[in-house]
Design a protein around this ligand. Structure first.
Ligand code: CIR
Length: 264
């Protein structure tokens, strides 16, 4: 079995000021967010060899969304330059942590920007969303960092990131939000890979963002459409664990955003 490490970052006191495309109708509850984060970390701890917890930094309200700060494949890590100016700088402690783990590090430099939420590595293939956060210059750094894999560029037609609406739930199988934009993005993936993937359409905004660890899928317990998301995914994945991250959804966060997974 592959040995995995997960890195997570705590929820700062300023989390209620995290960025969101639409101001949440019900404000973020900091205490609930911290409890939900803890549950998420505990679930991960049951699936990986080690969880490294990095401390929150009140200067960065979005710092729990650690996925956006690095792309790790095998022994290589690309430290990103996040697309939102208020998030630039979050990556500094991540660089230190990944260096300590002995990864081979490279960095996105200005004017390149990438958010890790736009990078999907599935079936040994690398997809990057060109989005409001990830630009062409950033994508060039991604290709340079991982020269052995072709980077497939997918235009993000709606939502924040590529993985906001598409994620891997089983070998050759992608969960795809049941929306016109996500369907077009999936079609683009299929076109570029000669129809490599099976689609599992998933109803509800954010419900298609899942974390796959080995043969276990962590899915959102908040967005239960169709009525039982867990049952929906169980038809395709071996094990499914629902986790409630309602407070993170309020600021456009999903399950993948809350960790960096390193396979070694
Ligand atoms: C942001 O707008 O940057 C955060 N509020 C949400 C980031 C979500 N990250 C992700 O999907 N990878």
């Amino acid at each position: 079995m592959a040995s995995r490490i997960a890195i997570v970052r705590g929820v700062p006191d300023t989390f209620c000021d995290a960025l969101s495309m639409v101001h949440p109708l019900v404000p973020v509850d900091l205490e609930v967010a911290r409890l939900q984060h803890e549950t998420y970390v505990e679930v991960l701890a049951g699936l990986v060899k080690e969880v490294i917890r990095l401390p929150a930094d009140n200067k960065y309200p979005d710092c729990p969304f650690i996925e956006d700060t690095a792309v790790v494949i095998g022994n290589r890590a690309l430290i990103t330059h996040p697309g939102a100016t208020s998030r630039q700088g979050e990556e500094v402690v991540i660089r230190e942590a990944l260096t300590q783990l002995g990864l081979d590090i490279s960095e996105v430099e200005c004017p390149g920007t990438i958010d890790g939420g736009d990078v999907l590595y599935a079936s040994g293939m690398l997809f990057v969303g060109k989005s409001r956060r990830t630009n062409a210059a950033g994508i060039e750094f991604l290709q340079k960092a991982f020269p052995d894999v072709k980077v497939h560029i997918i235009r993000v037609l709606d939502g924040l990131h590529l993985k906001s609406v598409i994620s891997e739930i089983a070998p050759q199988t992608l969960a795809v939000e049941d929306s016109v934009a996500a369907a077009a993005m999936f079609d683009e993936i299929q076109e570029q890979t000669n129809g490599h993937f099976k689609i599992v359409k998933t109803d509800g905004a954010g419900a298609a963002n899942t974390v796959l660890v080995g043969d276990t899928v962590i899915c959102s317990a908040t967005l239960g459409l169709p009525a039982d998301l867990e049952a929906h995914f169980k038809q395709h994945a071996k094990h499914v664990i629902p986790v409630n991250i309602s407070e993170f959804h309020k600021v456009d966060g999903g399950l993948t955003c809350l960790s960096l997974l390193i396979e070694r």
